[in-house]
Design a protein around this ligand. Structure first.
Ligand code: CP3
Length: 357
């Protein structure tokens, strides 16, 4: 079924819309007081993510508050390695930690592709519950980490500034590293296809750490595995609508031409890339998503409006292209809640000038 507000899906398909749609990476999160209340009830982040009722509640919070143009499934990219029995926990103040990081040949040999219905059934239950609660107001985005970004966490065992352990394996034992990537590509494709079967109407692959690779290494270790995922995705919903695929590579501005050739529908950009130049490179072969610096939301109202217009002006008249407004990375947890409403209103109003027939 086509959502009542289908602006986001139309923009990704590069069809005409009256305004530029927007959603925000990490839009359901700790900057929202209502999220913090639900999270306190649930007791922990995984308690939220694994309970479909809570996951539904927090997914809808930013939609109800701001009138954003898409909802994103409330979950985490690290549920997939957790389903591989790596033992995920979120340590207060430290972020994610795996009890069993993949740091030896034996550990790599033990990895397997989890059956999404069996091991990640709580995610599919959340997708179904969110679709029903959304009642077709806006589309629902499903997501996963990229095979490379997941490998970084699985090998390192935690977040890191430089992912030294993971990159050490990549340089010393590229054969082992590529084995992890292959398993991840299978796991991510199966996981995203299960989300699509359960009701996700678009999907985004987060390659948060691809940008820390050298030119050449990015193509070999990140892009190749992400392309495998894209190639295997079911690109239609159970009722026959197209499911657009967005690939977001943080720090990937150098590789837009390579990424645009991957077969996805849209590329997500961080704030270091100029949208006008990006558009010249990809030539409207894909839609673009982004890319305001998330910390602009800490500025005064006039500055927020001016910076939002700068992003819309950089993309320019939409014509045969497609633009989805977003931040260049996840919204910061200390963001003032009023700033987001200012941004939503400015994007919805100011962008109309760029959508003439
Ligand atoms: O966008 C949304 O609103 C949907 C939910 C979502 C979360 N994580 C919820 C979350 C999404 C899309 C993610 C993706 C994710 N998770 C990424 C890729 C995007 C990015 O930000 O680069 C990554 C790298 C992760 C891994 C992760 N999850 C880390 C490093 C952390 C801890 C750091 C932090 O911000 O606390 C998480 C936890 C997490 N995932 C939180 C949320 C709302 C905060 C946890 C909490 O509420 O205690």
């Amino acid at each position: 079924m086509i959502p009542q507000n289908d602006c986001f899906l139309r923009a990704l398909k590069r069809e005409h819309t009256d305004f530029t749609p927007l959603w925000l990476m990490r839009q359901a999160g700790r900057y929202l007081p209502e999220y913090c209340r639900t999270r306190a009830q649930a007791g922990s982040f995984m308690g939220l993510a694994q309970n479909p009722d809570y996951a539904t509640e927090v997914t809808l919070q930013p939609i109800d508050r701001y009138g954003l143009d898409a909802a994103i499934l409330f979950s985490d990219i690290l549920t997939v390695p957790d389903a591989m029995d790596l033992g995920l926990s979120f340590v207060q103040g430290e972020g994610p930690v795996f009890a069993h990081p993949v740091q030896s040949e034996e550990a790599v040999e033990k990895l397997y592709v989890p059956d999404p219905e069996e091991k990640l059934g709580y995610v599919m239950a959340a997708v179904r519950s969110i679709r029903s609660a959304l009642n077709n107001r806006v589309p629902l985005i499903g997501f996963s980490g990229s095979p490379f970004t997941l490998a970084c966490y699985m090998i390192e065992g935690r977040g890191s500034r430089d992912f030294r352990t993971a990159k050490t394996m990549m340089f010393r034992r590229p054969d082992l590293f590529e084995r992890v990537l292959d398993i991840n590509a299978d796991a991510v494709a199966a996981y995203l296809n299960a989300q699509i079967a359960a009701g996700a109407q678009a999907v985004q692959i987060f390659d948060t750490w691809g940008g820390m690779l050298a030119d050449g290494d990015f193509q070999r270790f990140s892009l190749t595995a992400t392309k495998k995922v894209v190639d295997r995705l079911t690109r239609t919903t159970p009722d026959g609508e197209k499911v657009p695929v967005i690939v977001f590579t943080k720090g990937g501005g150098e590789w837009l031409a390579d990424c645009a050739a991957m077969g996805c529908d849209a590329l997500g950009l961080d704030w270091t890339t100029n949208l006008s130049r990006a558009r010249k490179v990809v030539g409207d072969r894909v839609a673009l998503q982004g890319n305001m610096d998330p910390l602009v939301l800490f500025a005064d109202e006039d500055t927020i409006r001016r910076e939002a217009r700068k992003v819309l002006d950089a993309f320019g008249p939409v014509g045969a292209g497609g633009h989805v407004f977003n931040l260049g990375h996840g919204i910061n947890q200390f963001t003032p809640v009023e700033s987001v409403q200012i941004l939503v209103d400015e994007v919805h109003q100011y962008s109309r000038r760029y959508h003439t027939a």
